[in-house]
Design a protein around this ligand. Sequence first.
Ligand SMILES: Nc1ncnc2c1ncn2[C@@H]1O[C@H](COP(=O)(O)OP(=O)(O)O)[C@@H](O)[C@H]1O
Ligand SMILES: [Mg+2]
Length: 360
Amino acid sequence: MRKTLAQIYEDRVAAGVLRPDPAQHAVLEHLETLRDWLDTQAVRRRSLLGGLFVRHPTPPKGLYLWGGVGRGKSMLMDLFTESVEHAPKRRVHFHAFMQEIHKGMHEARKAGVEDALAPVADKVIREVRLLAFDEMQITDITDAMIVGRLFEKLFAAGIVIVTTSNRVPEDLYKDGLNRALFLPFIAMIREKLEVVELESPTDYRQHRLEGAQVYFHPARGSRARIDAIWSDLTGAAPGAVLKLPVNGREVELPRFANGVGRASFWDLCAHPLGPADFLAIAGACRVLILEDIPQLSASNYNEAKRFVTLIDALYEAKVRLICSAADVPERLYIEGEGTFEFERTASRLREMQSAGWGQG
Ligand SMILES: Nc1ncnc2c1ncn2[C@@H]1O[C@H](COP(=O)(O)OP(=O)(O)O)[C@@H](O)[C@H]1O
Ligand SMILES: [Mg+2]
């Protein structure tokens, strides 16, 4: 007998991995309906001549799960996606998915295809029955102008879509350029997806980090403990490069999973990145793990200056910072030009270690 999602959830509660949360539990029922439908259809299609003549029947409504950070949206979506046994499925960060779409369209255009979206959407439709998007967020006009047609095709093909977001659909692409053209997309979301707010009172991410050490020094020897934090927050995901658009360029975060970014000081501060890059990174991460902050001085003044800008961006965006450094914040930059300016950074680094930091 296969376990229901509620049973899987209860098992994790019993194992002490999850705390029982009625708001989370309530979402499982809807996901169970989707899972049953997906697997039943998949088995049926397989038994009928490989599905050659089978049209895709209309699925039940998908799910748009939204709410505050750390409420367990990604966890629930993963629990669901992992438990779908037969239907071809894909779980992907929304932003990464849209980048693939743009890349595919670019190639199609180069090949002279007039409607570049069509072959790209067709490929997705051939490959999966379930698309699980994490962190749907639309800030870019190029995304905003194609999601409507893209989702229309996906829905028409009977693809089940489940997505998480920090915003209610009506707030997607808020204040964006040409927003009127985007409104039909919101209406489509409302029509095709069950919109559910995950109203859990607990930010579990904060909870998991509560009382945890988040500043390690010296950096040497802290790798294993930082790996453990990464595993805990991402469910041991391997993580992938996250490319963020910044003024027509891209800035790269070497590793990203489930709202958690991971990079070394050198990745972010030894390259000519500026405030816009750091803002993009701060906007994409709830937690940033920054490793190997060295002793700073006049000899690495440029790196130090970028580090100050990075910390400011993270501070403003209330990103939770976990780092390993050569020394305590106050002793990171003790000689040479810029020591005075660094005092504020040191104080911010202190404040960002405090228990309630980043809440709300
Ligand atoms: N009921 C729960 N009990 C304990 N930990 C939880 C619970 N729900 C979620 N978590 C953990 O809290 C962290 C944040 O959850 P996540 O699903 O990433 O939140 P969101 O996607 O809503 O921001 C993850 O490490 C997740 O495993
Ligand atoms: Mg999440």
